[in-house]
Design a protein around this ligand. Sequence first.
Ligand SMILES: NS(=O)(=O)c1ncc[nH]1
Ligand SMILES: [Zn+2]
Length: 259
Amino acid sequence: ATWGYGNDNGPATWVKSFPVAAGTRQSPIDIVPTAAKCDTKLTENPLTVNYSPEPAMELCNPGLSVKANIKSKSVIKGGPLEGEYKLEQFHLHWGSADKQGSEHTLNGKMFPAELHLVHYNATKYSSFGEAVDKPDGLAVFGIFLKISDKPHQGLKSLTDVLSEVQYKDKSINIKQEYNPVCLLPDNINKYWTYLGSLTTPPLCESVTWIVFEEPIEVSEDQMKAFRALCCGECGSAPIVDNYRPPLPLGNRQLRASFQ
Ligand SMILES: NS(=O)(=O)c1ncc[nH]1
Ligand SMILES: [Zn+2]
């Protein structure tokens, strides 16, 4: 039985096949800003993003989300990171309604969706596959999505073609050069960071999470486009509520790059 987000294969069942689900550095978490420690070391060493245009970005429907695979040299460094981390892919988690959908929560509040840009430590490891289970292997940007009356222009190149990857294992190439930097919020200097895990199986405790304070704004129509994606072939259930609820922070320190 493959894992998913239903009653019989959802987050509460994952520990059976992936015991690390009960580990001490699991993700997501509830972010409580007043509990975060402002760390000047984060500001002294600003987070740096050097993303490149992707000539023909591959967009696919793996069945539980929508994912873009990156081939260009797009890298990040600084902030909590040692070394250079290379962008591997990005994907999203979203709800069946605007009241839910994000994985991280802010003072217990869920956003309608959350965008994840997944990077691996290219200084120490030669591939994502090698890095995925190392404690310093991955760095993931978490970006909250909120609803506004205007569509997000950067996401529009994707939401306008989601109908072409409506069914599982469909993929297309986004022709015109696409630079993922268009997905980042304006202010990337305000973020929370903590040591966590992948939020989907295999749930490896290998992620330095960087969750930005500033959400990006998307339209209701763009949310509807995500909710029209299907888990399987024509007639299968829509991909919605593909989020793991928060896990305890435990003894971990949540750090903030700002006061
Ligand atoms: N949702 S996540 O970014 O933690 C992830 N990336 C790859 C597998 N799971
Ligand atoms: Zn994710």
